[in-house]
Write a protein that binds this ligand. Structure first.
Ligand SMILES: [Zn+2]
Length: 299
């Protein structure tokens, strides 16, 4: 879930209004870093759970998500994999997209998530009930799936069929998805890497798990997640090392869905083949992370 609006105001106001605390014992710049915020923090999207046209991204990879909550169907003759069932009330929108693209929702055999936040995982229980699919979740996010938060941010609990560990492979009908642990945003945040083929060419696909910081204050003195900073740093290293031609993410805005989709329908080269966009995304999120860390350490 995004809680960025308050943070944005807090970050920007703190940057300009608060005195700078000397942090001589820490490896941080003496002066505040200039604000580095992502476009979607500067201008939050709206109506994120509205229907969006399902479409083929490339090869056997299809977009079946909503206006911003990104869901991907990876198809095979032996059944399909769905990454991110999103919110509970996204599931019917996803099913409609899957079926409009000519696939059967009940042929989904495996349900995966980017991470255990409601906008990606709240629909797991409903999607599992509708398909009978196996739910596979990265080890460190399993507690949040089986014993979800109550109150704000609550979602239904679902039993995990298979607990994944870093670099585990999820295989179905010739597809092999590698689960890369990219923690920080959640402890089990997962980036999915796999190959697809189109026109005789092989492509490396990465569905980046969220690597943004929702609340900068969580980065320091966080008893619930004391090694959050080191985890983010590990995630940036992991993601920079992954080969990537097709860069996708847990939110459409994070990979330029609204800009790329019209180009896809207009014909011409596939706009989702964007290795430079991938590098730029990781770099932007890493710079935004250090900006927020710098801000948090000055509080
Ligand atoms: Zn999240």
């Amino acid at each position: 879930m995004f809680r960025s609006a308050g943070l944005r105001l807090a970050a920007v106001s703190a940057l300009f209004l608060l005195p700078v605390t000397a942090q001589t014992n820490r490896a941080v710049p003496r002066e505040p870093l200039p604000p580095i915020l992502t476009p979607w923090e500067i201008k939050p999207t709206t109506n994120d759970n509205a229907p969006f046209p399902g479409h083929k991204v490339i090869g056997n990879v299809y977009y079946v998500g909503t206006a911003d909550y990104a869901s991907f169907l990876i198809t095979s003759e032996q059944g399909h994999i769905l990454i991110n069932p999103d919110f509970e009330d996204s599931v019917d929108i996803i099913r409609a997209s899957v079926e409009k693209l000519g696939f059967k929702f009940r042929d989904i055999k495996i349900l995966l998530i980017s991470h255990a936040h409601g906008d990606h995982c709240a629909g797991l229980a409903k999607a599992k009930e509708m398909t009978g699919a196996q739910v596979m979740v990265m080890d460190a996010d399993v507690p949040a799936i089986e014993h979800p938060p109550t109150g704000r941010g609550a979602y239904p609990s679902v039993p995990v069929s298979r607990v994944l560990h870093d670099k585990d492979e999820v295989k179905l009908g010739g597809n092999t998805l590698v689960a890369h642990l990219t923690p920080g945003h959640t402890k089990g945040n997962t980036s999915w890497a796999f190959k697809t083929t189109e026109g005789g060419k092989n492509y490396d696909v990465v569905v980046v798990g969220s690597i943004g910081v929702n609340n900068a204050r969580d980065l320091v003195n966080n008893p619930a997640y004391p090694n959050m900073v080191e985890d983010y740093q590990k995630s940036f290293r992991v993601l920079k090392a992954l080969p990537c031609d097709i860069y996708l993410a847990s939110h459409g805005k994070m990979y330029g869905l609204n800009e790329k989709y019209p180009k896809l329908t207009a014909g011409g080269p596939n706009p989702f083949v964007d290795p430079e966009g991938y590098k730029a995304h990781i770099q932007l999120l890493e710079r935004a992370f250090y900006y927020k860390l710098d801000w948090a350490m000055r509080q």
